[in-house]
Design a protein around this ligand. Structure first.
Ligand code: OOB
Length: 556
């Protein structure tokens, strides 16, 4: 048994700024778990989580997470340890999250859509002592305990949700044994230390991790609650992947817990799953990505009677990717609720349209920063500020925007300026009132309906194919997803087929949503004057081909 008494390293805010964030009451020195303690005093029997036929009051949520925390402490886990967690949208996600926070174990909460490649990369970066997964995931069905992946992850304790027996998660969350064994004292990490790691959408070969402290994350949650007016009346449908920053903290489930409301879990954001849950549990708040909104609108258009199912819904938040104007306009008339646009990032900065904004602002903009201390700069290619109304690159820093990816000095040197501003890679226009509209992107990423794909990561995997010598992944326009991905490849062998190429990527552990939607074979990739792959040219080429224009393409 090893006891660690070190804190995880991370890039801190400069002392002066940290002091001012404290003086202004943004950072309160409280752990994220304080929200549970408080609700247990205020209204312990109020419903906190509804998951299928199961529900958990605040008292139960607190008690179950404490039981798991106590057992982990008994195993020698403590502040400074890390965990890799992968759970679907089930109550256990929150039980586990709070349990780990209570012991000071910082988790990476992988998305359920993540596959071998993401999990091993996260494990490589944080070296977790604990892995918590689910037998509902193809990687961890029966027999997975002997898998190479688990060996590679290298955790000394592996708990699986859905598994019976001593190493099943249910056992660890269950009533404490009567063997009288006591746990050593345990508690969360200090509020200005790493609470957990958020996932970056990525633009490089390896998925990067974002250290989030209790102080900064809790501030973002509380400020979101003020703007979105959450309270004990809030019944929030969590239909997006629970670990994502949007449904977790903007204001998301943590906002709901801090406000004393209830989180209703949906397995997916489709109307078939969500509409009945909204009606049954009288949901009044939900957050979605644009493609899901389109599905909801289609369902409401096809059968106007479904609107009755949505009667309780008062606010629909939409973010993660650009919401088209035409779609935005239909939300209120067809779904009978107000729209709020949310433009955020796991790295920090979140912008909201405000509840009392004009329709004009709500439909045309992605809102403005939530904190008065969010600093935003919109810069041209030379790094000079552009006039309001002109497009430029979004740079930001503030009380909940991180200062560096975990253990990535080289990458950090590229995406932070000398004053600690983070270059988000988004191109935005800021209007006279400070509202931002996202107009494009600099980072080498595809935003597939809110799911982010780092081009380089997929290209590296394609290059492992024996017949592929060059690969470039670019976005192509898509009417429902906004963007899909197209891989341009150069091959030494004729007759490669998309089906086989996807199968190859899958066999290498690439997540399903990262598999290219289309493959194009070229004799050579076009180059720019400075010798880089001309991705702009490739994007134009595929967009033209889709629009039915004449440029030759060889789709496989
Ligand atoms: C959210 O977080 P991430 O980390 O998955 O992705 C961030 C990126 C942004 O840099 C931007 O490129 C894009 O996603 N994005 C949007 C957007 N919201 C995010 N692009 C256009 N319009 C929007 N409304 O996606 C995220 C985190 C917290 C709250 C909401 C979204």
């Amino acid at each position: 048994m090893t006891t660690h008494n070190h804190f995880l390293p991370y890039t801190r805010w400069p002392k002066e700024l940290a002091e001012s964030y404290r003086a202004k009451g943004y950072w309160r020195g409280e752990p994220l778990t304080a929200m549970l303690t408080r609700q247990c005093e205020l209204a312990p029997e109020a419903m906190a989580v509804i998951c299928g036929e199961r529900s958990f009051s605040y008292r139960e949520l607190d008690a179950a997470s404490t039981r798991l925390a106590a057992r982990l402490a008994r195993q020698g886990f403590s502040v400074g340890d890390t965990a890799l967690v992968q759970l679907p949208n089930v109550a256990e996600f929150y039980l586990v999250f709070f349990a780990l926070l209570k012991v000071g174990i910082a988790p990476v909460n992988a998305l359920f859509s993540h596959n071998r490649l993401e999990l091993s990369s996260y494990a490589e970066q944080i070296k977790p002592r604990l892995f918590i997964g689910s037998t509902a995931h193809p990687l961890f069905t029966d027999g997975a305990r002997q898998s190479e992946l688990l060996v590679e992850i290298g955790a000394e304790l592996v708990l699986l949700d859905g598994e019976a027996g001593e190493l099943g998660l249910a056992h660890w969350l269950g009533e404490l044994d009567v063997d009288g064994a006591t746990s050593p004292a345990f508690g969360p990490s200090p509020a200005d230390e790493v609470a957990f790691f958020q996932l970056s959408g990525g633009s490089t070969g390896t998925p990067k991790l974002i250290p989030r402290t209790h102080d900064d994350y809790l501030y973002s949650v509380r400020r979101s609650n003020e703007i979105c007016e959450l309270g004990p009346h809030t019944r929030y449908l969590c239909a997006l992947p629970a670990p994502h920053n949007f449904p977790l903290s903007s204001p998301g489930a943590l906002g709901v817990f801090d406000a004393g409301g209830a989180v209703v879990l949906a397995p997916d954001p489709g109307p078939m799953s969500c509409f009945p849950l909204i009606e049954r549990h009288q949901v009044n708040l939900c957050s979605l990505v644009p493609p899901a909104v389109s599905l909801w609108l289609q369902a409401a258009e096809a059968d106007p009677s479904v609107r009755a199912q949505l009667a309780s819904l008062s606010l629909l938040q939409v973010g993660g990717a650009k919401l088209g104007e035409a779609v935005a306009r239909k939300i209120e008339p067809l779904l009978g609720c107000r729209l709020q646009q949310v433009f955020g990032m796991a790295e920090g900065l979140v912008n909201y349209t405000r509840l009392d904004d004009s329709d004009e602002k709500i439909i045309h903009t992605q809102g403005h920063p939530m904190s008065p201390d969010d600093e935003v700069r919109v810069l041209d290619e030379e790094g000079n500020p552009v006039p309001r109304g002109e497009p430029g690159a979004l740079h930001t820093r503030g009380p909940y925007t991180f200062r560096g990816y975990y253990q990535s000095p080289a990458h950090n040197a590229r995406v932070f300026d000398s004053e600690g501003f983070y270059c988000s890679g988004d191109l935005v226009v800021q209007d006279a009132d400070g509202y931002l509209t996202v107009v494009g992107r600099q980072k080498d990423q595809i935003n597939r309906g809110g799911e982010k794909i780092a081009a380089e990561e997929v290209e590296n995997q394609l290059l492992h194919h024996p017949a592929i010598t060059h690969a470039a992944l670019v976005s192509m326009p898509d009417s429902t997803m906004g963007e899909k991905s197209c891989a341009f490849i150069v091959a030494t062998e004729p007759g490669l087929k998309a089906l086989a190429l996807r199968k190859f990527l899958r066999s290498r552990g690439v997540a399903e949503f990262k598999l290219p939607d289309r493959f194009e074979i070229l004799d050579a990739l076009p180059m720019t004057a400075v010798g880089k792959i001309d991705k702009q040219g490739l994007r134009a080429r595929i967009a033209q081909a889709i629009a039915g224009d004449s440029l030759p393409v060889t789709t496989v």
